[in-house]
Design a protein around this ligand. Structure first.
Ligand SMILES: [Zn+2]
Length: 363
């Protein structure tokens, strides 16, 4: 079975208001799940709108991440208060937790992304982390959220850094799916790869204008946020398991194993992962276009103030065995890196990352 998209999607300005009647007929006692203090005002609006619909509404916050401590605590809140749905309101970690808990308890999840930083509002997938933010595993869910509310006015309140992160994460769809799945003999997978290509082209065109946020760039902004928050999810939905993530996300997962004082966003780390994946393709697959792709990406990433090295993510790979730790995790038996159509060893990762980081120090 393949769940391609949420059952119902509301998008655009005032999507939340438009969604209210449908939400009211789907739940009588929702739990609003959130996390960040910076979104508390929006969550209060959502809370009182639902209360005004005579719903028996309650709210809870993640303390850490999409981790087992938070998941079991929130599960108990849902069970003790007999909530019949979860409305996950926030960024990727909140959306992933909401979807996962709802699936475990067999109740519907409604996602309300408050930034364009990921496509987690759309997908039937949750990434599970430790409470310190170290990636553990991704869990395939039986379905996409029941309702997705992608309200542009809400997204507008998010820091531009979240959009840059979403752009990097959405770009990865093309670089990862085209290398892992171009030989797959399934029309859906091939169409998903082509959507990922169009998505990348659109972000190369609109990304910077959307990020700068000039008034006349409004169409670019709408295109970019929907590309990151919706279309990237559609690629995953149509492509399914065969349209896989690979090295960029495997390297992301490995980098999160190193705990740093400053937390970086998912897409900010994935962006560095794309550059390293292209270097691996150059080294192991004789990809002559990789260098060109890196130059093209670097130009955009610099304009979006995205990190372009592991050092810029606050990690010196030449200290504390960090390089070994990253290479070990990236090459684990169940790592997505092995979906690449060529063999990758730990030594390859060490070589590519150390050259990459040294080059940057000289530059
Ligand atoms: Zn991602």
């Amino acid at each position: 079975m393949q769940s391609i998209s949420p059952e119902t999607i509301f998008r655009g300005e005032n999507a939340w208001k438009k969604a209210l009647p449908t939400i009211t007929t789907s739940t009588v006692s929702p739990l609003i799940l959130g996390r960040s203090m910076s979104t508390v005002n929006l969550r209060n609006i959502i809370f009182s709108d639902l209360k005004n619909q005579n719903l028996s509404v309650n709210s809870a916050n993640l303390q850490f991440d999409c981790c087992k401590e938070d998941i079991s605590r929130i599960k108990n809140i849902v069970l003790n208060n007999k909530h019949d749905s979860i409305i996950a309101v926030g960024g990727g970690k909140v959306l992933d937790s909401g979807k996962y808990i709802a699936e475990c308890l067999n109740i519907p999840c409604i996602t309300v992304p408050l930034s364009a930083s990921t496509c987690a509002g759309w997908t039937a997938l949750s990434n599970i982390y430790t409470k310190n933010g170290q990636f553990i595993k991704d869990v395939k869910l039986s379905s996409c959220p029941k309702i997705l509310v992608f309200d542009h006015k809400f997204i507008q309140t998010a820091p531009s850094r979240t959009l840059a992160s979403g752009i990097a994460d959405a770009l990865a769809k093309w670089y990862e799916s085209s290398i892992t799945s171009s030989e797959v003999n399934d029309g859906f997978v091939q169409q998903a790869i082509q959507i990922a290509r169009v998505l990348r082209d659109q972000l190369l065109i609109d990304g910077e204008k959307a990020y700068i946020g000039e008034l006349e760039a409004n169409i670019s902004w709408c295109n970019a946020i929907e590309a990151c928050g919706l279309t990237a999810g559609l690629v995953g939905g149509i492509g399914g398991e065969k349209c896989r993530t690979s090295a960029a996300h495997a390297i992301h997962n490995a980098i999160t194993q190193i705990i740093t004082p400053n937390k970086f966003l998912h897409g900010e780390i994935v962006g560095v992962g794309i550059l390293l994946q292209l270097r691996l393709e150059e080294l192991k697959n004789n990809n002559k276009l990789a260098d060109q792709s890196i130059k093209q990406l670097l130009e955009l990433m610099k304009k979006l103030n995205l990190p372009t090295t592991i050092a810029e993510l606050g990690i010196n790979v030449f200290e504390n065995q960090n390089l070994n730790k990253i290479a070990d995790f990236a090459c684990r038996d169940d790592s997505d890196i092995h979906f690449l159509p060529f063999k990758i060893t730990k030594q390859d990762i060490v070589e590519v990352i150390s050259n990459f980081e040294k080059q940057k120090i000289i530059a």
